[in-house]
Write a protein that binds this ligand. Structure first.
Ligand SMILES: CC(=O)N[C@H]1[C@@H](OP(=O)(O)OP(=O)(O)OC[C@H]2O[C@@H](n3ccc(=O)[nH]c3=O)[C@H](O)[C@@H]2O)O[C@H](CO)[C@@H](O)[C@@H]1O
Ligand SMILES: C=C(OP(=O)(O)O)C(=O)O
Length: 426
């Protein structure tokens, strides 16, 4: 486990370039095993989740090479093999191997996934989808065992009981090579789902409606890649830097983003009074605005992303008054609150509502990154505090934020990552 050492009183100034989207990448890598050819991606973020997914591929004799944002995967020699339990538990998206293996072999045994500890994260909708496609599903020995019938998977109509990114992607992965037509209703509409469908369609899949709540898939027998898939920018990483720039910046340019993907977040910043100079694929934040409090309510895309409810917190602490956050997706996503309280922040949570007030007297402490977004929002706060903050369990941040030392250096901020043996990392 690594620690992040953050010196307080550092304002952000400079430029940062956003990397590829974690939540696209972690679906695209499992999806690669559906191909009957090598697969290439660029704009791949250098995050822990990617390295762990590569380990899972290796366990199935799928070789992969990652170099400076380019990832090549060769699934042509894949064999069925038990997946490494510890690695499966190190991230959420390992559950995409359920859909991908089912699509490839007609069967999958995948341990229960890990990922951010943000409250209950059931997978009943994934299982409902697999069953609708004709698979038998059994949960035993801490794993989900899924097996198609003798004639393979067949298309089906599935109405999801709730909007789930994971279930939409997992069922899509299973359906893409199933016989016949699958129609998913009440599907999630996140840009990462569109990115995955674009990748699969470019390999010969027949998916229509990704980005709407009805996705229609005509199964195809084979998928082959002829070009390189470029992964969309990470809207959550972008929103995080925008929030920190507005809270504690004096001129920050955030490059390589798709502003449309950030619409609900940008709307909230504008409502607070943040000045933003929005260009085609970058946003400049001058900083130093007088800010009003707001109410944030998370919702599936195109609503305000739950993954940005914590990163916006340092900004809310700069507003003149009391803001509220209601996380409708993960009401228990509050791991940052006790840590921030210990730093002197005016934040509390009661009956599903997080209250964030102006917090001018922040002090560096030893705190813990309980999960990725909790951790990064504490990092944002630590930069605004007096003294040094040590963030333990910083690996949780590195699951989804790439090259943070370099990226913050480009913003005139000095961070250090120290491992348990106290040696410097990067
Ligand atoms: C790897 C990845 O892309 N992770 C994202 C994905 O997680 P993940 O795919 O796990 O999140 P879902 O969209 O599935 O979850 C949305 C809501 O549905 C519930 N639910 C989900 C599935 C199910 O079978 N049953 C059920 O009840 C969940 O508990 C949650 O309340 O979307 C979340 C919501 O935008 C984000 O916070 C995560 O960053
Ligand atoms: C919840 C998140 O990730 P995961 O689903 O991978 O745990 C996140 O990225 O904020």
């Amino acid at each position: 486990m690594k620690k992040l050492i953050v010196k307080g009183g550092q304002q952000l100034h400079g430029e940062v370039t956003i990397g590829g989207a974690k939540n696209s990448t972690v679906a695209l890598i499992p999806a690669a095993i559906l191909a009957d050819s090598k697969v290439r991606f660029d704009n791949v973020p250098d995050i822990l989740d990617v390295h762990n997914l590569m380990l899972i591929l290796e366990s199935m004799n799928v070789s992969s090479h990652f170099n400076r944002g380019n990832l090549e995967i060769d699934p042509t020699q894949i064999r069925k093999a038990p997946l490494p339990g510890d690695t499966i538990r190190s991230l959420r998206a390992s559950y995409y191997f359920m859909g991908a293996l089912l699509g490839r072999f007609g069967e999958a045994i995948v341990g229960f996934p890990g990922g951010d500890n943000i409250g209950p994260r059931p997978i009943d909708q994934h299982i409902k989808g697999f069953k609708a496609l004709g698979a038998e599903v059994e949960e035993k020995d801490n794993a989900v065992h899924i097996k198609a019938g003798a004639d393979g998977l067949h298309g089906a109509e599935i109405f999801f009981d709730l909007v789930s990114v994971g279930a939409t992607i997992n069922v899509l992965l299973a359906a893409v090579k199933a016989k016949g037509t699958t129609i998913m209703e009440n599907a999630a509409r996140e840009p990462e789902i569109v990115d995955l469908a674009t990748f699969l369609n470019n390999m010969g899949a027949h998916i229509r409606g990704a980005g709407t709540d009805v996705i229609r898939v005509e199964g195809v027998p084979s998928l082959k890649m002829t070009n390189t898939h470029s992964i969309i920018p990470d809207r959550i990483e972008a929103g995080t830097y925008l929030s920190f720039a507005a809270a504690n910046g004096k001129g920050v340019l955030v490059r390589n983003l798709i502003t449309e993907h950030l619409d609900p977040f940008i709307a909230k910043l504008k409502e607070m009074g943040v000045t933003l100079e929005i260009n085609e694929d970058s946003i400049y934040v001058p900083g130093g605005d007088k800010l009003s409090p707001v109410t944030v309510k998370t919702a599936p895309y195109p609503g305000f992303a739950t993954d940005l409810q914590q990163p916006i917190t340092p900004l809310l602490m700069r507003a003149q008054g009391s803001s509220s956050i209601i996380d409708t997706l993960y009401p228990q996503r509050v791991k940052h609150i006790p840590e921030m309280q210990r730093m002197g922040a005016n934040i509390s949570s009661k009956d599903g509502v997080i209250t964030v007030k102006r917090s001018p007297n922040l002090i560096g402490q030893t705190v813990e990154a309980g999960e990725i977004r909790a951790g990064v929002s504490i990092l944002g706060l630590a930069l605004m505090a007096d003294g040094v903050t040590t963030i333990n369990r910083a690996d949780n941040i590195l699951r989804g934020y790439e090259r943070i030392i370099d990226k913050f250096k480009g913003l005139s901020v000095d961070l250090k990552i120290v491992n348990e043996a106290e040696s410097l990392h990067k």
